[in-house]
Design a protein around this ligand. Sequence first.
Ligand code: BGC
Length: 267
Amino acid sequence: MTKKLQGQVAIVTGASSGIGTGVAKALAEAGATVVVNYSSSADKAQAVLTEIRQKGGDGMIIKADVGNEAEVKAMFAETIHQYGTVDILINNAGLQKDAKFHEMTLDQWNHVLNINLTGQFLCAREAIKEFMRRGIVPERSKSAGKIICMSSVHEVIPWAGHANYSASKGGVMMLMKSIAQEYAPLKIRVNSIGPGAIRTPINHAAWQTPESYQSLMKLVPAKRIGEPEDIGGAAVWLASDDSEYVNGITLFVDGGMLLYPGFEDNG
Ligand code: BGC
């Protein structure tokens, strides 16, 4: 059976850890050639690529800081030079620099906005240019290209102590929808995934002890933490022709976190 993403090239930013790793592996298993982007952890990125190859997949690692215009352009140029084009962009790289709002430094604000929002702009812009240059290749996909932005439940749930992060994700939502509207006529699809609590280094403190896990579960009707594979499956679907008529949405993968679980026995 032909794999869903056979013959397609995907760039996954921030693929050396957490959700990015889960998505990179899932896309590779679905047949995509995967560019494993990283900014600092070369060893971890190499390990992800090695695992992909062991399972019969292919790809390469590319170092680039998504907040740096020249490095983003170089990453796309290298990918296109090596593989001819880019079919799928997973705009995943992101971070948190948490602080009480009245103590938040401009550096903490700028750093998070630069990686989480400007980084998605820079990568999406290069991807769109390449999708427009290439157009649709019917043997590979019904779309000229697919962008999946990694957002969060915090594109809609306010988050005290994380104003920079939630503002960046709210921004990602409108960035995603605006690009989706602008390029839908060219058969370019842009969607987001909104993960809830997923077991990754970014929220280690929230699941590392039985007490913190217990407390986290009050926010998760499904009563389990999400795993990177949960996001991987959603990304494969959004990148494949199975979702060809889906454009400009956020697919929340959150075990029901957005169901206002505080109201379960209250209100
Ligand atoms: C954050 C995690 C958090 C989750 C649910 C994510 O976007 O990065 O730290 O656990 O949202 O609140």
